[in-house]
Design a protein around this ligand. Structure first.
Ligand code: CTP
Length: 397
């Protein structure tokens, strides 16, 4: 989304560059507009550097009608910090500088304000009346919060933290395309216990599965994420507001993942199984640490784990979409196609092992998405977030 960040003259303006950075990290394009007073607290160079675009601060800069082009460019306007002054100006329809002019011109599109001021000012009936008026026009307020203020006193007036403002922005921009849908995602490796301190595992990081869960939530879905052991957690999701829509169940073994996934699947519109499930587990798990037995070698008997994907393929209704992953080294497409048919899938995502930067542990991936309907989509080398977006768009369209 294209977001204009408006900055007014309060000490909290020093936090505006961090807000811009967070919004850009979440994938938004950002331009800044600042009042003259804001530039007493944060410099033009800083704002232009973090946003990567020229700052809009002068209404009369050589014949420009920037408030018009910027209002056409921007899809959302976030004012942080918003002083009592800018709130009062908007409430009264005053447009006497760059930002207030932009605010009045920015009608019909979402506006978020993060007020910041001294607590007595915030409590003043004029400010409270103005805030209520702005809210009644659909302007969303984030904060202010209670805490120590720059003037040395404590009270309500602190600007909400940049994370909270970015989170409110993302909540407003969340697509509703998959609203009302629930999807199951499996992620990460499984650990199969040998004894009380050892296991059989693999190098899967879980990054692809976590990126898929976030991409689904971003499109409006509720997500059941069943994950094997990984260092990733809800904290990993770039957009904090999406965390409440991703329900994480942590498991260790293939059998635990099987139980969690088969229980969740009937309530889901679809499932994407990206976990690297161990095909076999030790037939027995010792409840103590196994000692060296004195001989040169050791035999470990393995038994097969249940195939979660094939089980869901057998239970799938016509209304459900099932997507599996395949990691092949030779006859890649033919093997993936065979797996798609055998496990009754709608799509299979073929992971390339031949391409540098694709596969386990890394942040990038390159995939081919093969559909039951014969469709075939090949991606370039992309970040796992971008690959996740491509997969979600393909399998939910
Ligand atoms: N899968 C699963 N349960 C298993 C094994 C795999 O759900 N017990 C899923 C994976 O999450 C992935 C797909 O099945 O979506 C991978 O299929 P699989 O046949 O296991 O691939 P490979 O392990 O590569 O199979 P093979 O060894 O037969 O090539």
């Amino acid at each position: 989304m294209r977001i204009v960040v408006g900055i007014t003259g309060g000490i909290a303006a020093y936090k505006a560059p961090e807000l811009v950075r967070l919004l850009k990290k979440a994938g938004h394009e950002v331009r800044c507009a600042a009042t003259e007073h804001a530039l007493e607290f944060v410099t033009r160079v800083t704002l232009e550097t973090v946003s990567g675009a020229p700052l809009y601060s002068d209404l009369f800069a050589s014949g420009r009608t920037e408030h018009i082009s910027l209002k056409d460019w921007g899809e959302m306007l976030v004012v942080a910090p918003a002083t009592a002054n800018i709130i009062g100006k908007v409430a009264s329809g005053i447009a006497d500088d760059a930002l207030s002019t932009l605010l009045l011109a920015f009608s019909g599109k979402p506006v978020i304000m993060a007020p910041a001021m001294n607590c007595e000012m915030w409590a003043h009936p004029a400010v409270q009346r103005n805030v209520e008026l702005l809210k009644s026009w659909g302007i969303r307020m984030v904060g202010p919060e209670e805490g120590e203020l720059a003037c040395g006193v404590s009270g309500v007036g602190r600007m909400a933290e940049p994370e909270a403002i970015a989170s409110a922005v993302c909540a407003t921009t969340r697509s509703q395309r998959l609203a009302g849908q629930r999807w199951l995602v499996t992620a990460g490796p499984t650990y199969e216990r040998i004894d009380s301190v050892r296991f059989i595992g693999n190098y899967s990081s879980g990054k692809m599965g976590f990126a898929l869960a976030e991409a689904l939530a971003k499109e409006g879905a509720e997500v059941e994420l069943v994950t094997g052991p990984t260092y990733l957690s809800a904290e990993t999701f770039h957009e904090t507001s999406l965390r409440q829509h991703i329900h994480i169940t942590s498991v260790e073994s293939a059998r635990e993942m099987y139980t969690a996934a088969t229980e969740a699947f009937p309530q889901c519109n679809g499932a994407i199984l990206s976990a690297a499930v161990a095909d076999y587990r030790p037939s027995e798990c010792a409840d103590h640490k196994l000692k060296k037995n004195g001989s040169e070698g050791m035999h470990l008997e393995l038994v097969q784990n249940p195939d979660i994907l094939a089980t869901l393929g057998g239970k799938k209704t016509a209304a459900q979409t099932l997507v599996g992953f395949a990691l092949e080294t030779d006859n890649e497409e033919a093997n993936a196609q065979r797996k798609l048919e055998k496990k009754n899938l709608d799509y299979i995502v073929l992971n390339s092992l031949h391409d540098k930067g694709a596969g386990f542990g890394v942040d990038t991936n390159k995939v081919t998405i093969i559909g039951r309907d014969g469709s075939h989509k090949e991606s370039p080398l992309l970040s796992k977030q971008e690959v996740a977006g491509l997969i979600i768009n393909t399998v939910t369209s």
